[in-house]
Design a binder for this molecule. Sequence first.
Ligand SMILES: [Zn+2]
Length: 221
Amino acid sequence: MMIVQSTPGSRVPVPSPVFPVQYAEAGATWSLSQWEAEFARIPLVIRQEFISSLIDESGDLVRFGYRVGSVDWLVTGEGRWPGFSASYGALYETGQATDLHMTSKRVAVRSDQPVTLTLVHEFGHHIDTTFHRFRGEPWAPNSALRHRAPFAATWQTVSPSIPSALYGATNVAEWIAEQWRCQIHGDGATFLQLMGGSRSAADTIRAEWVSMFPTMPAFSY
Ligand SMILES: [Zn+2]
């Protein structure tokens, strides 16, 4: 279905049993069913775990949701996102608390970008930064996956060999989000490039993902 424009520029709630969207821009050009189908590529067990609310040890509430709209709406409109730049297809907020005991994880995504470029990728950032929390570990500096074995050391080893044209070559955070996206999309060729062409590195990283998430889709590279 298409979201039909009623009041341009305003926020509208988007009821969906699949896609955890906070709200969207009224009249923005996007198809809810298409976004639901894309989000549903992520195994259900993983989605359920990582979009559920979590009250962690410090009392922070961790929640996750997308907002969807045009660039203008996200930069200056009701979907305004601090730090959002028109040059970004999407933005993941890492969850700095703005109110005591309130933290949320949200992503803003442009409705004029193909969903395959943003939706799963941003979920990868969410996993990177919250995996430890959802598995019961307290927050600590450098607790994100990108700072841990085997990701940190593998990045150090393979990053010089990643083709610079790949977005996953940008930094270790984008590398993690992109390797997650490749596994969900079945893009083995890009995954191997993200490993600098090293099959042993690919094996190590793939094994870690499967260890974390036994329901990961079958994947070859
Ligand atoms: Zn990213």
